[in-house]
Design a protein around this ligand. Structure first.
Ligand code: SAM
Length: 265
């Protein structure tokens, strides 16, 4: 727990797109890796998620983290930036300052260019590169065959962003090749299997239902009180917070429960 708190502090200053509970999930997933395969990250930006993965790995079997990013940003960054985007120098500095340069292997290429000759088995992959549907689907298609049975695929932004949301719905929650599909905040993750059972498929469908209900409830929670008379606002918030807690409990997910209590305040 102390280590996780320290990682939180060290990534706090780094600009990035990962919430603390998502980082903690990546830390735990990386810590559980045994070394049967490597860890791959698609989309590192300035290193926030890379550091969570690398710290987790160092707390476990010290599995190498391959951080793949051309460092020229995604379409949404390029739209809003005046100048050319180049995040590699800052990424390198952050990785060195966090003292994880001994386990991070940085590859300054796109996922597509890298996948062509990447021949290591993958035990954990975190996909957070381009967010358009076709590009997330391409990342899935390129990397799924390299993930070992029992390995984990995790995807960022699977709630608010349509591309990743649809890819995980079709390729993970409804697939015959995954079990234990779950989510923490916006990350969906699941374990690859040769063929899942009917029970696995039922559990994946339930997880999808909970995910969609959770985000619906959270959106309602954000809006609660805006349109209703003042005395009702507190009651609305409490009902929605309770729903979120129940969803967290059903998913048996501490991080989701913590998310829900944060929403309640
Ligand atoms: C949302 S940011 C990643 C955020 C990062 N994971 C974090 O925790 O802060 C998306 C990154 O994906 C990278 N990217 C875009 N297209 C890519 C591709 N085809 N392959 C690999 N990375 C890509 C961009 O350069 C950008 O750095």
């Amino acid at each position: 727990m102390i280590e996780v708190d320290e990682v939180k502090k060290s990534v706090d200053r780094i600009h990035g797109y990962l919430a603390d509970e998502e980082g903690e999930l990546l830390y735990n997933l990386a810590q559980n890796c045994t070394g049967k395969g490597v860890i791959v990250e698609i989309g590192s930006w300035k290193g926030r998620s890379t550091i969570w993965l690398a710290k987790g790995s160092k707390g476990g079997s010290r599995v190498k983290v391959y951080a793949i990013d051309p460092h020229t940003g995604s379409s949404e960054h390029r739209k809003s930036a005046d100048a050319r985007i180049w995040t590699f120098e800052e990424f390198k500095r952050n990785i060195k300052n966090a003292e994880v340069d001994d386990v991070v292997v940085s590859i300054v290429k796109t996922s597509e260019e890298t996948a062509k000759d990447f021949d290591k088995p993958v035990e954990l992959i975190f996909i957070d590169g381009a967010h358009e549907y076709d590009l997330v689907k391409l990342d899935f298609d390129l990397w799924f065959p390299k993930v070992i049975d029992g390995g984990i695929m995790a995807f960022h932004d699977t709630c608010g962003s349509l591309g990743p949301k649809l890819v995980v719905k079709r390729m993970v929650y409804k697939s015959g090749n995954f079990k234990n599909a779950r989510f923490v905040a916006s990350i969906t993750f699941a374990e690859k299997v040769k063929q899942n059972s009917m029970k696995d498929r039922f559990r994946n469908s339930l997880a999808l239902f909970l995910k969609e209900s959770y985000w619906f409830a959270e959106r309602m929670s954000a809006q609660a009180g805006l349109h209703s008379p003042k005395p009702l606002r507190g009651v609305e918030r409490k009902v929605i917070a309770l729903t979120l807690r129940l969803l967290g409990w059903f998913q048996n997910n501490d991080q989701l429960r913590r998310c829900s209590s944060r929403n309640a305040s």
